[in-house]
Design a binder for this molecule. Sequence first.
Ligand SMILES: [Zn+2]
Length: 338
Amino acid sequence: MDTPRTMRVSVLDGPGELRCETREVPRPGAGEVLVRISAVGVCGSDTHYYREGRIGSHVVESPLVLGHEPAGTVVATGAGVDALRPGQRVSLEPGVPRPFSPQTLAGRYNLDPEVRFFATPPVDGVFAEYAVHPAAFCHPVPDSISNDAAALLEPLSVALAARAAGGVELGSRVLVAGAGPIGLLVSQVCRLAGAEVTLTDVRPERLEVGRRYGAQHVFTAGSTVAGAGYGYNAFIDATGAEPAVQDGLHRLGQGGRCVLVGMGAETVSLPVQLVQSRELIITGTFRYANTWPTAITLAAGGMVDLDGLVTSHHGLDDVRAALEAGSGPNALKAIVNP
Ligand SMILES: [Zn+2]
């Protein structure tokens, strides 16, 4: 297939300022491949950059291409790439660490402080027709995984990392707060792992979706969650909201683990005596490492429902609508098809 010389990309100039521009199609260097992007999931972090122009210390200071949950087809390979051929469909893992950083060598490559991650300033994302990426971070997917689902292996990876951090296993009792895409996928993978899953959300309509994603018990959250019970082995927060975190901590049993996945409140006050008397373990997750092989197995085997999360599709001209779709009551996941 002949690759054109130029491509269209969607660029964010500042809060609320999106436009399409034409750029040269990049060439793959050694160890890299050029991918024709087919589908990109829209994430809460994309919407944050679009609305506020920043996430914490990451500030959009120069034009930035958003989008970090891509899938596509390899169209060209650079020198030294043996494992991938043009025509291979792939899911792109967005964070590329330095190969020999201490954290990479320790197996926690997501924690390399110099990791290059799509759509995190100043690294461009993939709301674009083509992207160049290291072959090692382009994971081949079988035909049983759709383009949309291949893109959504990224949020599935977030869920897999949360399950691991929570020590969730056969027979665990797990409380999940938040029935957005991450909370739903956390519920599904915890159920797959053999856990009993309880899911809470402030939006009752989301809880019905939660049942489809493996939650056996669902409760509406207010300032607290009535009826959800106590003694959980793990609490996984996918809200970032202080009331949810406080409530979840109180519901953990002795030695229970709290995993903070949701991004929201910068600080949350801690029930110190409770943490001490029950020897609770509180941790967070930062993205994921080594999750794609498992994610591909689960998706290819029909064990997780990624396509069921998709509630709208958008072209590159329509990225604004894709970024604003997330706030709708029935919206779960918007997909951009460049
Ligand atoms: Zn994301």
